[in-house]
Design a protein around this ligand. Structure first.
Ligand code: ADP
Ligand code: MG
Length: 547
């Protein structure tokens, strides 16, 4: 049959490009099945899509590489990276991802079989078929790639180490709750990145992480054995230190700590609770009936802040909405960096309080809410704040970074603290989303697209996702769109609060993981978290809330 494909491609050479369409369907190779799923109609259209199924007795994956779900995801991720390397310079493309090990549609292992999804720009001379190049891609490069993925052919030690690393990361993250920690940063970890646009580890001059003794905890991992590092306890953690001493770098690592990292990344043993959400100000975002009354009351416009909507939020109201919505989606762990906050929502010092009296100031600063959040709602906060000592009054622990080294300065900060009267925090009201306002269709057809890491086009709406810094892979943006579509089309939003709808979605994904999102979607996509799904929904301009 593969000989038939080669022959067919040779015969097509020079004929009009549209004839490629006739390739659609299954082609049996000696070692695998190729399915041509979607063929581009001209050379300038998005690449064609093919799927490859390699049977278990060909790949020969050992049980240990895929039986456990965590190792299955890791091995799939290893294979997709291996395939990517093998396809360097080819027209065939596979979505291999960056530093995070995610559940991606491009490679899945099912019952020991390997399922790959690839794109290919079908070659042409102008609008004529270039059959010879097509033949070399599909009948030479593709089988060579499949061959390279067979366990006996690949570096089994490297593949096993990859899965071991991911398994250790997951075991570590799973232990956080039992140890009453929200995050852990291993000694020896490398947190800084190569540059603002490269997620690779900084080389050479990076100062490896080293925990202060008083905050050092030790954990036992299945492969790495006993590991020590900084344990960030539940409660209120303040990270202080001079400018350029590594505060934001640490917080960024914690943001990413909800994901697993590839061996050699430096952050393999830097983990946070899976529900950790980065909170920031986001001037200009839209808000649809979110309860921000805990933070904002008596706006000069008279707007009802328990049911607050705007097309254009201010810095402080956007940040208040971001907190309320993260809590609504189920987060119990907030990560905040002074670099990206609205100062007036974070602090108000004594002099300002004397000048602008309580009834003139609609904002209740976060510093007055962070303790009630913890005490009454079990919400932990990790906060970077180098510019104000106000949070000394409320912090459970204070970590100072000095020359990229953390020190425990809790006692010293406590000596400098003053009495502070807390405000009260009432949990934001749960919302029920009107499913009809979440519509993925445009002109009768489903439309999901992304522009870089900036915009998700969902039906007729463009959703600005630039502030969602925990979306780390382009494929997750499509994953978010697919998840929103499922929430709406499967009726999961009906008669459920948003949080319940997200629970129902997670339940449906179950063991199948990311592929349960796709349902006929031809392109690449990656599993997102519920918090990013909720965040994108909240930024959908057509969103309507019931009641
Ligand atoms: P801060 O938030 O305290 O002002 P940043 O976290 O932005 O500081 O870090 C300042 C600079 O130091 C960045 O360029 C960052 O890459 C670098 N850096 C951070 N941590 C380390 C480290 N452990 N080793 C070397 N350089 C680091
Ligand atoms: Mg900073």
């Amino acid at each position: 049959d593969d000989a038939r494909l080669a022959e067919e491609l040779r015969r097509m050479d020079g004929s009009s490009y549209g004839r490629y369409k006739s390739l659609t369907g299954d082609w049996t190779f000696p070692d695998f099945t190729l399915t041509v799923e979607r063929v581009q109609s001209d050379p300038f259209a998005p690449p064609s899509r093919v799927a490859v199924r390699i049977p278990a007795d060909v790949v020969e994956l050992p049980d240990d590489a895929w039986h456990a779900p965590v190792r299955r995801r890791a091995t799939a991720d290893y294979l997709v990276r291996r395939a990517y390397r093998e396809l360097k310079g080819a027209r065939l493309r596979i979505d291999a991802g960056g530093q995070e090990v995610l559940d991606r549609a491009a490679c899945q292992i099912r019952d020991g079989e390997v399922h790959l999804r690839l794109g290919i720009e079908m070659p042409g001379h102008g609008r004529r078929i270039d059959g010879r190049t097509a033949e070399s891609e599909l009948c030479e490069r593709l089988p060579a790639m499949v061959d390279a993925l067979r366990w006996p052919e690949l570096d089994a030690a490297e593949a096993t180490a990859f899965a071991d690393t991911v398994e250790d990361t997951c075991a570590l993250r799973d232990q956080l709750e039992g140890m009453e920690l929200v995050a852990f940063v291993a000694d020896g970890a490398v947190l800084p990145r190569r540059s603002g646009v490269s997620d690779l580890p900084m080389q050479g001059s990076a100062v490896p992480f080293r925990s202060p003794e008083s905050l050092r905890v030790s954990v036992d991992l299945p492969h790495a054995g006993t590991v020590t590092g900084l344990g960030i306890a539940e409660g209120i953690t303040l990270i202080v230190g001079g400018g350029f001493h590594g505060k934001s770098t640490l917080l960024h690592a914690l943001e990413r700590g909800v994901y697993d990292h590839v061996p050699g990344d430096g952050r393999e043993l830097v983990v946070s609770r899976p529900d950790a959400v980065k909170i920031r100000a986001e001037e200009g975002r839209q808000v649809a009936r979110t309860d921000i009354s805990a933070f904002v009351r008596n706006l000069p416009t008279g707007a009802e802040t328990a049911d607050f909507s705007t097309e254009n939020a201010s810095g402080s109201t956007s940040q208040a909405a971001n907190i309320a919505e993260a809590l609504e989606a189920g987060s119990h762990t907030l990560l905040i960096d002074e670099d990206t906050t609205a100062t007036n929502l974070m602090i108000r010092d004594a002099r300002m309080q004397r000048l602008v009296h309580g009834d003139r100031e609609p904002l209740t600063p976060f510093v007055d809410l962070v303790r009630p959040l913890r005490r009454d709602h079990g919400i932990s906060t990790v906060l970077v704040m180098g510019g104000s000592g106000d949070y000394f009054d409320v912090a459970d622990q204070v970590i100072m970074l000095d020359g990229y080294r953390p020190y425990d300065v809790t006692d010293r900060a406590r000596e400098l603290a003053s009495e502070r009267t807390d405000a009260e925090f009432t949990a934001p009201a749960d919302r029920v989303i009107d499913a009809r306002s979440v519509d993925a269709t445009a002109r009768g057809k489903s439309r999901l697209k992304r522009r870089d890491m900036d915009v998700l086009t969902f039906g007729e709406n463009d959703i600005d996702v630039r502030s969602l810094t925990q979306l780390v892979d382009p494929g997750q943006i499509i994953g978010v769109g697919l998840a929103m579509r499922r929430l709406a089309e499967d009726g999961l939003l009906s008669r459920r609060t948003l949080a319940e709808a997200l629970d129902a979605l997670e339940e449906r994904l179950g063991e199948d993981g990311v592929t349960a999102l796709g349902r006929g979607y031809a392109g690449d996509y990656v599993l997102p978290r519920r918090y990013e799904i909720a965040a994108a929904l909240n930024r959908l301009r057509s969103l309507r809330v019931q009641g």
